[in-house]
Design a protein around this ligand. Structure first.
Ligand SMILES: NC(=O)c1ccc[n+]([C@@H]2O[C@H](COP(=O)([O-])OP(=O)(O)OC[C@H]3O[C@@H](n4cnc5c(N)ncnc54)[C@H](OP(=O)(O)O)[C@@H]3O)[C@@H](O)[C@H]2O)c1
Length: 309
């Protein structure tokens, strides 16, 4: 580890004094050099944060110095200062604490984009969420619930299942013990689910694909289990199933306005009490390695924050 100079904002950018940063599974991949984006080493990890604006680049409108904002960045959030594009920042509601704000945009943004934009989840449809006690999984349970879906939350162990239930799942399946396909059949009267939200991949993804109903949608979100599933085309054909990819971060380049509108809408939902983010653990900046290990060792529940004094 070493020190780096405080960065200067370019036109359209903000410098933020970071108060807290969110930890994501993607950070664990990026520090190993196995994520799709591969910054040159050494680099500062961390993709989301909350703090106060410290300096404004030329031409930035709608923000002011000392204002509290949350932001997403390609990397660099585990630091005292960060540069973010104004387009990737949003004002923090007054009563939202820094750790909650810092851990909010990626998981809720991903859940919203996956369920609404990509899967077109409709009210009263049935949604199966894999890894439902993890960061993006728990957010998908809450967003799916807010969209009026019936939720089956699948996770490893009773404690993690109970957490997903407390955040809005109608039923839970402990996939370390129980047969996921049988449990889905039982809950859906043999029909299967309309949408699978899948941040896990691996063997459980293979099973989840076979839990889909006629015209079901399988949203491929991530591969926390380590294996990228190979989707058999015959399964898609037989039941008119769609396998749909989601790379939320790509919208930061391709359509930042759409992302900003999504985050605003999600923050409004939080203000109305429709979302209940869980920050289960908080670490200091010097403990960032321990925080990352909680995710790579499959121990994190909801979100983990790094707090910066
Ligand atoms: N596509 C996108 O735009 C996007 C955006 C955000 C995140 N993601 C991806 O979504 C996945 C989850 O991210 P996250 O930040 O929510 O991570 P997380 O909080 O660590 O959640 C991952 C979940 O996956 C399950 N899991 C199964 N096997 C695992 C293993 N071998 N190691 C670790 N976890 C395992 C765990 O639940 P159980 O132990 O209960 O099975 C865990 O709760 C990652 O692959 C990430 O890259 C994608």
């Amino acid at each position: 580890m070493g020190e780096i100079a405080t960065p200067e904002p370019k036109p359209g950018e903000l410098r933020i004094r970071v108060k807290a940063a969110g930890v994501n599974f993607a950070d664990t991949l990026m520090v190993r050099g196995t994520y799709q984006a591969k910054p040159a080493f050494p680099f500062v990890p961390g993709m989301e944060l909350a703090g106060t604006i410290d300096a404004l680049g030329q031409g930035v409108k709608g923000f002011s110095v000392h204002q509290r904002v949350l932001a997403t960045v390609e990397h660099g959030a585990f630091a005292e200062y960060v540069i973010a594009r104004a387009a990737d920042c949003a004002p923090i509601p007054g009563s939202m604490d820094d750790a909650t704000a810092a851990t909010f945009p990626i998981v809720y943004g991903t859940a919203h984009a996956g369920l609404d934009w990509r899967a077109g989840l409709k009210r009263a449809e049935t949604l199966l969420v894999l890894g439902a006690a993890g960061g993006v999984g728990l957010a998908a349970v809450e967003v799916g619930r807010a969209m009026g879906a019936r939720i089956i939350a699948a996770a490893r162990g009773l404690e993690r299942c109970a957490l997903a239930q407390a955040h809005g799942a109608d039923v839970t399946v402990d996939y370390a013990q129980d047969d996921l396909r049988e449990a889905v059949k039982k809950f859906t009267g043999g029909e299967g689910v309309n949408v699978v939200f899948d941040p896990v991949g691996g063997d459980i993804a293979d099973i989840a694909l076979r839990c889909l109903a006629w015209e079901g949608r399988h949203v491929v979100v991530g591969f926390a289990a380590g294996r990228v599933p190979q989707i058999p085309a015959n399964i898609l054909l037989i039941k008119n199933i769609a396998a749909i990819g989601l790379f939320w971060g790509a919208y930061r380049k391709r359509n930042p306005e759409r992302l900003a509108a999504s985050i605003d809408a999600l923050l409004s939902m939080w203000e109305r009490g429709a979302l209940k983010p869980l920050v289960s653990e908080r670490f200091k900046l010097a403990q960032a390695g321990e925080a990352l290990a909680r995710l790579s060792q499959r121990q994190a529940k909801g979100k983990i924050a790094i707090e910066i004094d």
